[in-house]
Write a protein that binds this ligand. Structure first.
Ligand SMILES: *Cc1c(COP(=O)(O)O)cnc(C)c1O
Length: 356
């Protein structure tokens, strides 16, 4: 029996995608071969890579002045790769600290250049998104984490700045429309909203790289992967394939604009329940609530323990909060159905009838 999976990542994928992927592991498209045992230089896989890149551009409305790469090393490797490629020793990058992941990005960038933390919500336990900040005059780029997976906050207004933005979109890529013009580079680990763990998407404006004169190892140089169409070495074949299946599914749902409306409706349902339910309270400031990761607490430790039991009995999985925060976190990525969200909300409502 399939559980209602609210895991933060690796996370839910569309059921049809998992079924198609499972089939391709045994026999891909009647070829008599598994997707796991074919050459990445074979025609069928080259077609997968091409389509995954094209579909990404189509879904996010991106032109050919950008490249779409499928790299390895996780979003965590992008914390240093971005700065290594984009920030010279004496140059300055501005960072907004909105949570655990941004703090890690800041730490890594400091290895390569001058990093100015222009705003932080750390003192307030990261329950809001800072909106007031000033960029140093010589800022090369501004780095933000658009959705804070751990905290449950999200930028609903992307800052208006006169420098390119470098964005970690690991947990909200493809969940809402973006204005690509604002970005020099976007990166996202696949395992939250795009596919399985094992690949990281990088969308980079071609003329944003190659501007600093540092020696960069070949594999860590974006230019290498831009020049070779993300096929310099063996790409993560299976994660790219499953990501493509997910992107095709997304297109069939009507694309990013359509899924954004559904995501807004799903999030509203859960937040509305949290706001009226006497057993729970939300964790973060209302204006900055994430559409992807809904964080909330029970009113007492007893209610918390009790609700974990009730959720488990209701086949709800993955609703535990991050280990340092506790409470609950319901991740409601693109593939999470409205029906599962309604099931969670009903379980919370019934819980209140029994326990409030
Ligand atoms: C999960 C996550 C990461 C880390 O991704 P890895 O692929 O595990 O390195 C980074 N940033 C954000 C916003 C995340 O949600």
């Amino acid at each position: 029996m399939k559980l209602h999976n609210f895991s933060s990542g690796p996370a839910i994928l569309p059921q049809s995608v998992m079924e198609e992927a499972a089939k391709a592991v045994i026999d891909w498209d009647g070829m008599g071969l598994s997707i796991l045992e074919i050459s990445h230089r074979s025609k069928p896989f080259v077609a997968v890579m091409d389509e995954a890149q094209q579909l990404t551009k189509e879904l996010l409305n991106i032109g050919d002045d950008y490249s779409v790469l499928f790299l390895t090393g996780g979003a965590s490797s992008q914390f240093y790769m971005t700065a290594m490629n984009l920030l010279g020793d004496t140059e300055t990058a501005a960072y907004i600290d909105t949570g655990n992941w941004s703090a890690k990005a800041i730490k890594e960038a400091k290895v390569f250049g001058n990093v100015v933390e222009v705003a932080s919500s750390k003192a307030g336990k990261y329950v809001h998104i800072p909106k007031e900040f000033t960029l140093p005059n010589d800022t090369k780029y501004l780095h933000i984490t658009t959705n804070n997976t751990v905290q449950g906050t999200q930028f609903h207004q992307i800052p208006e700045v006169n420098v390119p933005i470098v964005a970690d979109m690991s947990s909200d890529i493809f969940s809402r429309t973006i204005d690509i013009e604002k970005y020099g580079l976007i990166y996202a680990g696949a395992q939250k909203n795009m596919g399985p763990a094992g690949t990281t998407m990088v969308i980079v404006r071609n003329d944003f790289v190659g501007k600093i004169n540092r020696q960069i190892p070949t594999m860590l140089n974006y230019q290498t992967h831009i020049d070779k169409g993300s096929m310099f070495n063996t790409p993560p074949v299976f994660p790219v394939f499953v990501s493509l299946l997910t992107l095709r599914w997304l297109k069939a749902q009507g694309g990013v604009e359509a899924i954004q409306k559904i995501n807004e409706a799903k999030a509203k349902l859960v937040y509305d329940e949290i706001d009226v339910n006497p057993c729970f309270r939300g964790r973060v400031e209302t204006a900055d609530r994430s559409l992807m990761n809904v964080t909330f607490f029970a009113q007492t430790p007893e209610l918390e323990t009790a609700f974990f039991e009730v959720a488990k009995a209701a086949n709800i999985s993955g609703v535990g909060g991050y280990r340092t925060i506790g409470g609950f976190r319901a991740s409601i990525y693109n593939a999470m159905s409205m029906a599962s969200v309604e099931h969670l909300v009903k379980t919370m409502r019934d819980f209140a009838k029994e326990n409030a």
